[in-house]
Design a binder for this molecule. Structure first.
Ligand code: UGA
Length: 433
């Protein structure tokens, strides 16, 4: 099928490359000429494992092109909306400027044969609004939320847990079945529903994941007050098949371009709909999450005997999670910046996210290796659980620091290994020794 993908960020670039890999003829559209130039030359402008190979193979096949010119997609049957929906600067609600901009840009090329498919995460009611917006063209609208995780984007797109189609008519459903024929033939579960349910599936999935993380982090707070061990507790909880082990990793909490802004936008939308009480608990989920960041800052200052002023702090990790270079709402950088604010000399290292971090926080110092970051440090913080940090030799790191003091804010390192190399090791939600 001939299709366009409007917006070529993390979601759109992955979707475009994967749709071409499935055999479709795809045109990726973006207003940013630099992004279009990079993608056209086979360069992924962000770090996503495996995406460069899919992108380059798809470009070579001749089935994938990128452009800034919407009219090049005039003959496309399906138009996917994959633009960002960040938090508004003046409220917790979602900013839909890019979604409305994308639909307006498509308007001149829409016909009664076109299907506009929303994939961006939006407040419930947006699909119906878009259907009204495009009604005069005769085009159809569908909502097909995306559940991909950064760091696993290609696999999540080509082997999704489920497909959800929010549609108002059988033709839209049939068209989407054709788009995803390969995945459906592989046995991917399909749910066909209305617009509102499709939009809600996405935001409620992210709200549930955020709730699971904040639940275990709340338990970590209680463990710290009682001498309990959050790792044993979460392992025991996860062995109950009704609970499951996923998303029970206690630590610094969730960040990124999705979970934090999605729960806030969901609460804001519930307020507009008069059901704010139903989602009041998400306020606590957000508060617990933010508290982990402050707690890590407090533990660091405690490890520095009460003052960060003039002390040297090594911050391992800047990305919001490993296998990503995304620093949007990154808990790691939040902690690093807060310690800098408290007077510390903070030296950051991240295997992939240094450029993005530097752009956002030019005041922090950056080191080319984890060992360089730790040089002369009074305390070392593990803030993003990249596997690289597990491979470090605790004795080698201890030899370059001023004090062998470590705070593992992600419960990621082998505590016995570090303690036996002489480190004072603190981990969130775990006993002191
Ligand atoms: C999230 C969802 O997992 C995807 O299903 C969804 O499609 C995506 O948002 C989106 O809305 O686009 P993502 O933001 O890539 O994906 O990252 P996650 O893997 O969900 O991690 C989010 C944050 O939670 C990270 O900061 C991570 O470190 C943290 N986390 C995750 C924990 O603190 N503990 C855990 O046990 C799991």
């Amino acid at each position: 099928m001939r299709m366009s993908v409007v917006g070529t960020g993390y979601l759109g670039a992955t979707h475009a490359a994967c749709m071409a890999a499935l055999g479709h003829d795809v045109i990726g559209i973006d207003t940013d000429p630099a992004k279009v130039a990079a993608l056209s030359s086979g360069t992924v402008p962000f770090w996503e494992p495996g995406l460069d190979t899919v992108l380059q193979d798809s470009l070579r096949s001749g089935r994938l092109h990128f452009t800034t010119d919407v009219t090049e997609a005039t003959d496309a049957a399906v138009h996917f909306i994959c633009v960002g929906t960040p938090q508004r600067s003046d409220s917790p609600a979602a900013d839909l400027t890019h979604v409305h901009g994308a639909v307006s840009a498509l308007l001149p090329i829409l016909t009664p044969e076109s299907l506009v498919v929303g994939k961006s995460t939006v407040p419930v009611g947006t699909a119906a609004e878009i259907a009204d917006h495009v009604a005069a063209t005769g085009a159809r609208v569908a909502w097909n939320p995306e559940f991909l995780r950064e760091g696993h984007a290609v696999d999540d797109t080509l082997h999704p847990d489920r497909l959800v189609f929010g549609v108002r008519d059988a033709i839209s459903e049939a068209t989407l079945c054709e788009v995803y024929a390969t995945l459906l033939a592989d046995g991917t579960p399909l749910l066909v529903t209305d617009f509102a349910t499709a939009e809600l599936v996405k935001v409620s999935a992210n709200a549930f994941l955020a709730t699971k993380i904040s639940f275990i982090n709340a338990m970590a707070e209680v463990c710290e007050a009682t001498g309990g061990d959050i790792l044993t507790l979460s392992t025991a909880l996860g062995l109950d098949p009704r609970i499951g082990p996923q998303f029970l990793r206690a630590g610094l909490g969730f960040g990124g371009g999705c979970l934090p802004k999605d729960i806030r936008a969901f609460m804001a939308r519930a307020g507009e709909l008069g059901v704010d009480e139903a989602l009041m608990f998400l306020r606590n989920i957000d508060d617990i999450n933010i508290r982990r960041r402050q707690h890590t800052v407090d533990l660091t200052i405690e490890a520095l005997n009460g003052s960060a002023r003039g002390r040297r702090v090594a911050a391992w990790g800047a990305a919001f999670k490993p296998d990503s270079d995304d620093v949007r709402d990154s808990p790691a950088l939040h902690v690093a910046a807060a310690l800098r604010e408290a007077g510390a000399d903070v030296v950051v290292h991240d295997p992939r996210a240094m450029d993005n971090a530097r752009r956002l926080f030019p005041d922090l110092s950056y080191a080319a290796s984890a060992l360089d970051a730790a040089r002369d440090a009074d305390v070392v913080l593990l803030l993003t659980e990249w596997r690289d940090y597990n491979e470090l030799d605790p004795a080698e790191v201890a030899a370059v620091t001023r004090q062998a003091s470590l705070i593992d804010a992600r419960n990621a390192l082998d505590v016995d290994r570090w303690r036996s190399a002489g480190w004072t090791y603190r981990a969130l939600g775990r006993p002191l020794a």
